[in-house]
Design a protein around this ligand. Sequence first.
Ligand code: HEC
Length: 379
Amino acid sequence: MRRAISITVLSALAGLAQAQNANHFDCSNFLQFGADINKTRTAFAQSPETMAWNWFACLNQPSTAQSSNLVWETMKPSDQVYLPNGAPPGTYDSSAPLPAAVVTQAKAQGMNLSRAFHNLNATQQVDGLILQMGGAVPDAQQGNPVRFQLLMGKDTFDYIVKNQVYNMNGQAALANDLHFPPTAWELKAAWLWIGTDTTYQQTLVNDGYYIAQAYYQQDGKYQVGYAALSGLHVVNKLDSSWVWTTFENINNSKYTVTNAAPATPMTNTTGPTPAAKPVNASFQASNPTLSKYELIGVEFQPITQVLANSQLESAFQNTSSCLACHSTAAYSNDDGYFNFALNKGGGIVYPTAPLPASDFDGYKKLDFVWSLKRAQWQR
Ligand code: HEC
């Protein structure tokens, strides 16, 4: 009897130790990888999935004690970096004022103007297609697209400004390849549009979605309302080929559909990977606000591996390798951006292993950062 109790106590303690591990990661200065980047590299090598979750948890904490914006929500959105006229961007911390029409609608809807409003300005995935909402979404949202947004950390932003590659002129003038610093971070977020439907919003809250204020422009008119975070790519340059991590809500297949006829629920066919599964269980248990999000996997070595987010690489999951596709980010003054769509057997596939260096003769490599394609000519 005595022995049985101590085993129970021991296993309870072991569980606690694991949960504390998950919680006790030091988030202060995590975007700089703490005081010693090599310690982070060692911990990452031991369990890339655990480190990915630690970063995800830190990114989803309130940015300051006074603010209810999350850390990642204070990062710089790409629309404030690659300006339509190619002009230099403002400073990292100076967020551009919301369009007046957004403020008017937000006030009328009783929204909180001291909190973030996300500009969900993209609907096209990298294959040029959209991901449709369907299934359990209200009639008004059936067939409408999931919306996307790109964000970057300060060291990514500073590097882009220093090298003046926020416009095409700067990219054309480059004499060398780009090399972002190890502390560069980039995010790509996917959102289910809710608008002002409070019943639908509550359904998504019950399914563990993070809800934020958002807007987008369509046909010259601003739509203002709420949106639910369905997927998040988180990448940084801890490794020279970057570290590729991706998270999504476990209920996404209820709300998004394939473009098959008839449409079927959109699922993830690439993960969670076997290594991600136990780490998901542990972090979901110790992070109540993130308990319905899962890590699909981590990519960090130039090997053949397929990894996708059902919300972001929806229709081409079986030919999606984050690292391989992003390693083709390159610009040539004569030929423009490198074309990563490869013709194979009469269809289009994407690279699942890095292409030979000779494919990039005459190109300047953009260090995996494909969002540089959003840059405009200065005018
Ligand atoms: C077939 C090519 C391709 C694949 C596969 C791919 N991406 Fe991307 N990714 C892109 C392109 C192109 C952009 C720029 C999109 C835009 O500007 O809207 C991008 C944008 C991003 C961004 C925003 C910052 C940046 O680097 O431009 C992140 C972060 C990102 N992808 C992460 C990932 C992750 C993580 C995966 C794998 C789970 C992945 N990508 C798979 C092509 C790809």
